[in-house]
Design a protein around this ligand. Structure first.
Ligand code: SF4
Ligand code: SF4
Length: 70
């Protein structure tokens, strides 16, 4: 798992990140988007393409398996 993982916040539903993610890590789920931690490499391409800055990279240690942060 990458040290960073994408986290979707105030999504506007444009779909750009789903099409952009090279790992196909972002999937629609029940009207929102789910980032699969086992697929996300933390590359940040989804962050760059999102027109409303709805995706951020966060520490994978905090999502979903807590680990000590350095
Ligand atoms: S950070 Fe990269 S791998 Fe992870 S969801 Fe975004 S585009 Fe996909
Ligand atoms: S690019 Fe941003 S607004 Fe568009 S679907 Fe992804 S998170 Fe939502």
């Amino acid at each position: 798992m990458s040290a960073l993982i994408a986290e979707v916040r105030a999504c506007q539903g444009c779909g750009a990140c789903l099409l952009t993610c090279p790992e196909h890590a972002i999937r629609p789920l029940g009207g929102t988007l789910l980032v699969h931690p086992e697929r996300c490499t933390g590359c940040g391409e989804c962050v760059e393409v999102c027109p409303v800055d709805a995706i951020v990279l966060v520490s994978a240690a905090s999502n979903p398996n807590p680990e000590p942060t350095s």
